[in-house]
Design a protein around this ligand. Structure first.
Ligand code: SF4
Length: 86
């Protein structure tokens, strides 16, 4: 995926704008229940996103360790990455 391709799909990301904040942990300690609710909200947005496949592929390629990408959490991506590489 070229930098231009990344820029193109990111332009169409459903998480652009004020919703972006829920895709990453806040700069303070987050309770488990808060984290679960935040991640569920972010995943709902991902479900409707037209670039979900590109987003997930990108996050797996660069091994993004933080936030919700392509409808997946950090832990879910770790599992997917390991499954691919076994
Ligand atoms: S799939 Fe989710 S994280 Fe990725 S661009 Fe779309 S809304 Fe954002």
């Amino acid at each position: 995926m070229t930098m231009q391709q990344v820029a193109d799909w990111q332009q169409r990301a459903a998480c652009r704008g004020p919703n972006q904040i829920i895709f990453f942990p806040p700069p303070r300690i987050e309770r488990r229940s808060e984290k679960r609710m935040r991640e569920e909200r972010a995943k709902e947005i991902c479900q409707e996103c037209s670039v979900r496949t590109d987003c997930l592929e990108y996050a797996l390629t660069i091994r993004e360790q933080h936030g919700i990408w392509g409808g997946s959490t950090e832990a879910e991506r770790r599992e997917q990455f390991q499954a691919r590489n076994n």
